[in-house]
Design a protein around this ligand. Structure first.
Ligand code: URA
Length: 451
């Protein structure tokens, strides 16, 4: 057929017209079979980035992505299966605490996550800091882990949503991440294929997120909810603030360690024994809130108040930590490493970046932090790059903190060798991303809206 060929499909989108369901199906299927080249898909993605997609195109793309692989049937798993998915942010490590916590509260969580995308990190990459950890479970193994532990943490594979795996890797390195229909199709395809009954979306807003304004984040949230409804999944979305890294750590091993310390209820004014600031609880608080919404959606709790109480209890009494350890064991990871987090990949080469002047930390262009992490080797610039899990930051200050001149803002975990000029340039880039002002600015709420 004349109109079913890659060039005409790309041209249609480039010219701002609608691709038909058949064209979208064909494009995705041919991409999976290797019959459409990466450069053609990239051109199409870029056209979508600029021209957007209508609601029916977005639905057709999501369905085509789901059909690119198997769809799991979780009927043999008793209980309500609820998952959460974040649209991505710098230092967003919530899933690592939330999934075991929700399971400890009685939900089943078949969590399918992604890898690093753009300037944000991915849950799968963070889990792979643990030696031998297997994110590629077969269906049978997934069932086994869900039965035994109540939750599992997996990625897309050759069998399940392979289209997202391939598209995600291309988008990551071709400037096509920040696009509402592509984000929505990527998230929903994974979540429908994994077989959850319900979903909570954490739609991030701010300088460390793909959606920089509340308005755009709201459009994304509404797109996700509409798609969820069309695909018969019960969902809700929370718009949450991402004006600074969540918690204190950014970087794969460091983020994992921060989560382990929260799961173990350790003193959260320190990470790896390094003092942070006077205990901002944003990471823990957001995790509890999102878990509570999952518990209410899954009817484990009658209302949010009860749900929050249950989540606090299961975190405080160590139940979530036990679940996490059991999941690591079942998915082949080294529990020794998790029990002794200092044995996770970490670098000894650190430096401290200090405040240039005194005042209050008022604003952060958080995307820059993610970009510096990538420059240092702690993220991917191209599909084939390997991540140095050891690289990262521990922040000593949060927005609103008072800072003295020369006071440490962040400890940077560096590669073994780094050109001093490059390091100086990165430090200047870091300072350009921060605003220190004489007056304290009030930062926005952690949860901006529930949709
Ligand atoms: N998370 C995903 O799974 N996909 C995106 O495109 C963005 C965030």
């Amino acid at each position: 057929m004349l109109e079913i060929n890659p060039a005409s499909i790309i041209q249609t989108k480039r010219d701002g017209k609608e691709n038909s369901e058949a064209q979208i199906q064909w494009m995705i299927q041919s991409f999976i079979k290797g019959e459409v080249a990466d450069y053609q898909i990239t051109a199409w993605l870029m056209a979508i980035y600029f021209q957007g997609m209508t609601a029916s195109e977005t639905l057709a793309l999501t369905k085509a992505m789901i059909q690119s692989g198997e769809r799991y049937d979780l009927n043999q798993i008793s209980g309500v299966k609820i998952d959460k998915h974040s649209t991505g942010g710098v230092g967003d490590k919530v899933s690592l605490i939330l999934a075991p916590l929700a399971a400890a509260c009685g939900l089943k969580v078949p969590m399918m996550s992604g890898r690093g995308l753009g300037f944000t990190g991915g849950t799968l990459d963070k889990l792979e800091c643990i030696s031998r950890f297997n994110v590629g479970l077969t269906y049978d193994l997934l069932m086994q882990v869900l039965h035994k532990v109540g939750f599992a943490m997996i990625g897309q594979s050759e069998n399940i949503v392979p289209a997202d795996k391939k598209l995600y890797a291309l988008r990551d390195v071709t400037g096509t991440v920040e696009c509402i229909p592509l984000i929505a199709a990527s998230i929903l395809s994974k979540k429908v294929a994994e077989g959850s009954d319900g979903l909570v979306f954490d739609v991030k807003v701010g300088s460390g997120a793909f959606m920089k304004t509340k308005e755009k984040a709201k459009t994304l949230a509404k797109t996700l909810i509409r798609l969820g409804k069309n695909l018969e999944i019960n969902c809700r979305a929370l718009l949450t603030q991402m004006e600074q890294p969540l918690g204190y750590a950014v970087g794969h091993s460091l983020e994992l360690i921060e989560c382990i310390e929260i799961l173990k209820n350790e003193d959260h004014s320190k990470i790896l024994g390094t003092l942070v600031t006077s205990g901002s609880g944003d990471l823990k608080e957001l995790t509890i809130q999102l878990t509570a919404h999952m518990l209410e959606l899954g009817k484990i709790s009658r209302n949010l108040k009860e749900a929050r109480q249950l989540a606090y209890k299961k975190l405080a009494d160590g139940s979530a930590w036990k679940k996490f350890l059991a999941m690591v064991q079942e998915q082949g990871g080294s529990t020794d490493q998790v029990l002794n987090p200092k044995t996770l990949p970490l670098t000894q080469n650190t430096c401290v970046w200090k405040a240039k002047k005194a005042g209050f930390l008022s604003q952060m262009h958080t995307e820059v932090i993610g970009k510096i992490l990538i420059e240092l080797g702690g993220g991917r610039k191209k599909v084939t790059d390997t991540i140095d899990y050891r690289i990262g930051f521990i922040f000593h200050k949060k927005l609103g903190s008072r800072v003295g001149q020369d006071e440490p803002l962040t400890t940077v975990f560096l590669p073994d060798a780094i050109n001093p000029q490059i390091l100086d340039d990165l430090e200047s880039y870091f300072h350009s991303a921060l605003e220190i002002t004489p007056q304290r600015k009030t930062s926005s709420k952690l949860i901006l809206e529930v949709i």
